[in-house]
Design a binder for this molecule. Structure first.
Ligand SMILES: [Zn+2]
Ligand SMILES: [Zn+2]
Length: 341
């Protein structure tokens, strides 16, 4: 079978690997779609000798069909359409029991980073990492939910959107665009902020009521101007940049709520004036729980959220090198690898 590896310094290669067999408690998933994620780029861009280049098959947004099961796994899973949670754990510690294998205190691993991942024809996964897909959800949409959209949904859940709020969303990459589309489906009034024309256009086409071009000056001030000087009820930073994070704080209204979901470099924030002075409530949000993954799929499927409209590029697996290069250019919506293109 074929799979994608990074060599460092922005090189991605498709190589041939032995067909895997499932071990105790594992399954083999035939990949139908695998999403490219901003967190892949950190490893893609890493210098070859840096130690930041995974030695395994990359990709952590896996969606497909179970084609074989190992010992101890219910055979009825064969043929199931599934999304794979890229975090796995021991299954028995308090964090795993609470549905957060990402915080497993014993054997936390991540498909695509510590173990072979999704950018391949097939992948091995623990049966406990599988989330069954609703009938109406397509494989492309499943791949989106597997990380970016699931992460956006979890962040909006932290903010407890009830509908009718004004939310400013900084960064319109795959997570931010998902947040824009989901929040507008939840009846929030979305102000989308970015610095790339293509992404501002995508945000406007996917539910943003207003778009703010961060290149034109102070985005926080622009959001306040759009809200009669009050600021947004809720703000969400998906950019992970210093500008996005401080913009999220600066554009929140008095006693508003801010959620940080984009990962990036350490950032100076004016806590006295920015957070204490406005009595803000701040959250961090990191990926999702097992239950959150299923809740996101149910929401997308029941509300018929047109997630596929966030996808601007689909590539066959053998064009993985081109796919990562195009995605790395930063001007796309979601990019998806499709082994059986
Ligand atoms: Zn991801
Ligand atoms: Zn555990």
């Amino acid at each position: 079978m074929r799979g994608v590896r990074f060599l460092g310094d922005r090189r991605a290669v498709v190589e041939t690997f032995p067909d895997p067999d499932p071990d105790l408690g594992e399954v083999v998933v035939e990949i139908r779609a695998a999403g490219l994620c901003g967190s892949d780029l950190h490893h893609y861009r890493a210098p070859a000798a840096s130690g930041d280049v995974p030695t395994v098959i990359v990709g952590h947004e896996a969606c497909g069909v179970v084609i074989s099961v190992g010992d101890g796994v219910d055979e009825s899973l064969l043929g199931s359409r599934v999304v794979v949670n890229h975090h796995y754990g021991c299954g028995t510690c308090p964090q795993c029991q609470a549905g957060s294998p990402k915080y497993c205190i014993r054997t936390h691993g991540t498909y695509g980073f510590s173990d072979n991942g999704a950018d391949a024809e097939v992948m091995v996964a623990r049966a406990s990492a599988l989330a069954p897909m609703p009938e109406a959800l397509g494989f492309d949409e499943g791949a989106l939910v597997a990380c970016g959209t699931g992460t956006a949904f979890a962040a909006l859940s932290r903010l407890q959107l009830t509908g009718g709020e004004v939310i400013a969303i900084f960064g319109q990459g795959p997570v931010g665009l998902s947040a824009t589309l989901l929040a507008s489906t939840m009846s929030a009034h979305v102000i989308a902020v970015d610095v790339v024309d293509e992404r501002l256009e995508l945000a406007g086409a996917n539910g943003a009521y207003e778009v703010v071009d961060g290149r034109r000056g102070d985005a926080g001030a622009a959001v306040r101007a759009l809200t009669s000087g009050h600021g947004a009820d809720l703000t969400l930073d998906c950019s992970g940049t210093r500008e996005g994070r401080s913009g999220a704080v600066a554009s929140a209204r008095i006693r508003g709520q801010v959620c940080f979901v984009g990962v990036g470099p350490p950032t100076d924030l004016d806590i006295s004036e920015g957070i204490i002075g406005k009595e803000l409530t701040c959250y961090g949000s990191w990926t999702f729980t097992s239950a959150g993954l299923s809740e996101c799929m149910a929401f997308v499927s029941e509300r018929e959220v047109p997630l596929a409209s966030l996808i601007t590029h689909r590539f066959p697996l053998e064009l993985a090198e081109e796919a990562f290069s195009v995605f790395d250019g930063g001007r796309t919506g979601k990019c998806v690898l499709v082994p059986s293109f």
